[in-house]
Structures are given as C-alpha cells and as structure tokens.
Design a protein around this ligand. Structure first.
Ligand code: GLU
Length: 429
C-alpha cells in the first residue's frame, strides 16, 4: 500500500508532485492500492480550499486514489495511542512550559551544540505527575541507542543516539505532532512503502520508533527522494515560480509533459519521451539517483513540444486547440500552449497589411479569392506569380503576412497543406 500525504498549506511543489507520481506508479505496479491523505493537523498553517486544489492537480495528472483520508479525522486514534504508550510506560508526560524549553534551546545554541530534551520530566514520580495541574505534553521515551533504516535510494542511513531525543508525540493541547500523526496513520492505513522528499529522512527513525513502541510488527519501507535544485544548482525555494505545479500548468505546460519530466529527472529510463502508463512498465525507484536533480525548464519545454506532437486530436481539443494539426505544426515555433494558440489565432484573425506590402497583398488577395485552390503549394505559388508578376520578397512577405499575420514564421510550403481548405477565409480577414 502506497500513499501520498500532502499538507494543505501552500501551492503544490514539483517535489511533492514527483513523490505523488512515484508512489502512484509503484502502487499500480504491485496493484496494492494508493491512498491520498490530507495532512491537515496544523490548523495555523492550513489554507482553506488547498485540499480541493490538490484533488484537481492530481486529477489533471491522471493520478487516482483508492481511498481519501483527512488526518484530522484520526485525532481520537492519535490520542488513544498516546494514552496506550503512557500506560505501557513507553511515553511520559512532560510539564515543561514553552518559555523554559525555549530558553534551554537558546542556551544550547549559544554553546554551539544541538538541542536535545534534557529529560526533566522523564523520571517524575507518580505523585509529582498526579499533583501537577498544568497541561502536559506526551513524549516518547528514547533509549540511548543508534538507529538506522535501509532506504531504497540512499542505502543504509544511520542516526547517532544524540540526534534523537525524547520527542513530543502529543502537545499539551492534545494535538499530535507531525511525526506522531504520520506514524500512526501509516500504521492504521496499512502503508507498506513510503516515497517522500529527502527533508523527511530524519523523521523516519522517529516514526519507526513510535510504531515499535506500540508493538507494531508490520514493515514499512522508505525511499527518500533527493531534492530538486534550480538551474544554478541552488535549492528551489517555495517562492520560485517554476517550483509550483500550478504555475507550470498556468504557463502552458501539459500535465503529460510535466509528469514525463519529473519521472525522467535524476532517473535511468529506457527512453526520454513517455507517458505515465509507459512508466508503469519499467519504473524502478532504485534507479533514482542519490544526488540532487537539477530542474531545467528548457528541457521541460522540449518535452512539452514532444507531448503536443504526440497528443491525440481529442486531447488537443481538450487543451483548447480547435485545429490539432496546426498545434502540432507550431511546436517548431513555440513550446507553450498559449504561445502556440496565439500564433494559430493570428492566422484566423483580421490582418491589415499596411505599409510597403499593402498593394502587393491586395493583388495576391484578389488572385487567391478567385482561385480554385490547388493541393500543391508550388501550383498555388506559380499561379500567383503568373497573375501578379511578383517574385522574391515582394511576393513572399505580403503572402506570409496575409496567411499568418506575422513577418516571420514557418515555411509557407509546410504550412500550406494545413490551411489550404480555409485559405480564402484566411486571406479575406
Ligand atoms: N505532510 C508531509 C509533507 O507534505 C508528508 C510527508 C510524508 O510523506 O510523510 O511534507
């Protein structure tokens, strides 16, 4: 069982979408099922409507989930499991207040050390606990032992005991921390493999420790994806436009192309252009490189052109192209859907040829309007030459302006077969 567990706290990042795609592909390969879990337990950061946006984006990418969960609905389980851990003495109540903890954190920082909870409340007597009226957090008891797990991409990852302290499971207000909620939900939902971003590597031993403390014996394997860098080799910040899936879609990249590029990135694939379904045939998480991948928008643009060329008429119409053949043809000029649309629209919108080419354009227009339009461009051109005696630039510039509305563009000979049936309408606009 695989899952994608986004937080509804901001625009979906390409790193998240990459994780969603990989989890989905793997779930299709072993037919185990795919869960979408909205991790909405951080009330302060949740943004209204972001869950719906996640559904819309995943649907655009052809990602279908078998089950949908909202993490907040599991609150009662998080609290019950925290109570069980307390009962089993695997966890303890912590009365330390924020201000004290903050001061201790600052002091360790000033000494240049990493902060660890100092165990103040771990050995309180039953009396001390029962007589303390203050609200308490629940912390997991941690043994002073190294931890490790085997990552499907990174291999064995080890953690020294000083890097894992008695961390909080349930805050004093009874809300679960990310690690606790996530560990419990993965267990309850029968997740067996987690593919997620590298920023979660240090959470994995904590989540494993929580489930071990609960006596859970089910195994969960992990693969942590290296971060995606921008073209300058720097970490892509959330503020960087091209890191937002919504922005890339709005700019005019097809979901098929974005998915293709994100699967290709830092991967060994049998070919460069493929669909999600193709990837299900050969995708192997072990082929993902350990080193960070670089996001190159030019490469995405090239892949976008290929996907526009490959798309069916129906798909291109869905994307707003009334004339699919022209859309494919114009990929030689532009990569983005709106740019290609603008070029095609220019052919069909009114064009007033002004200035030096205006007289010649009128001559050509009159010939074309009275012509029995031939199949071959050469015949079309020769008829115009014979009737007008124009040649060279004096013929081609006004002809190009009449047909495309632009001074530069594709070979007219190649464009002609695609527009010849509508050519009288085109020149009269
Ligand atoms: N909500 C977490 C995130 O979006 C989930 C991490 C995970 O996959 O466990 O980063």
């Amino acid at each position: 069982m695989y899952r994608f567990a986004p937080s509804p706290t901001g625009d979906m990042h390409i790193g998240n979408l990459r994780a969603a795609l990989f989890n989905y592909i793997c779930s299709l390969q072993d037919k185990s099922g795919f869960i979408l879990r909205i991790e909405d337990t951080d009330n302060a950061r949740n943004i209204d409507g972001k869950d719906k946006e996640i559904f819309e984006i995943l649907t655009k990418f052809g990602i279908k989930w078998d089950t949908l969960y909202y993490q907040s609905k599991n609150l009662k389980f998080h609290q019950e499991f925290a109570a069980k851990l307390l009962h089993d003495k695997k966890a303890f109540l912590c009365f330390c207040d924020e201000a004290t903890l903050e001061a201790k954190k600052e002091a360790t920082k000033a000494r240049g050390e990493a902060y660890r909870y100092d165990g103040t409340c771990e050995h309180l007597s039953d009396d001390e606990v029962l007589n303390n009226p203050r609200p308490a957090a629940v912390r997991l008891k941690i043994k002073n032992e190294p931890q490790s797990f085997v990552d499907a991409i990174k291999g064995e990852v080890k953690f020294e005991p000083q890097n894992i302290d008695s961390f909080v499971l349930l805050r004093a207000d009874k809300t679960p921390t990310y690690n606790f909620a996530c560990a419990i939900d993965d267990m309850l939902e029968g997740v067996t493999f987690v593919i997620r971003g590298e920023d979660h590597v240090s959470n994995t031993p904590k989540q494993n420790l929580i489930r071990q403390a609960l006596g859970y014996t089910g195994k969960i394997d992990y693969a942590h994806l290296p971060i995606i860098l921008n073209i300058e080799g720097k970490k892509m910040s959330k503020r960087e436009n091209s890191s937002s899936v919504k922005w890339l879609l709005q700019k005019g990249y097809m979901p098929e192309a974005i998915a293709n590029y994100l699967i290709l990135l830092g991967n060994k694939t049998p070919c460069e252009i493929f669909s999600l379904n193709d990837a299900v045939e050969w995708f192997d998480i072990k082929n993902i490189s350990k080193s960070p991948a670089k996001f190159d928008e030019d490469k995405l643009a090239q892949i976008n052109r290929e996907h526009i060329k490959l798309a069916s008429d129906e798909r291109l119409k869905e994307l707003g192209f009334d004339r699919p053949n022209l859309a494919r043809f114009y990929t030689q000029e532009s990569s983005l859907i709106p740019e290609i649309k603008a070029k095609i629209d220019q052919i069909y919108s009114s064009k007033t040829v002004l200035g030096e080419w205006s007289d010649n354009a009128n001559l050509i227009k009159n010939v074309v309007l009275n012509l029995d339009i031939p199949d071959s461009f050469d015949e079309f051109k020769n008829t115009i030459i014979n009737a007008t005696s124009l040649k060279g630039k004096a013929l081609f510039m006004p002809l190009r302006l009449l047909l495309t509305g632009a001074e530069h563009g594709p070979e007219l000979k190649e464009l002609y077969p695609l527009i010849k049936d509508e050519i009288k309408e085109i020149v009269s606009k």
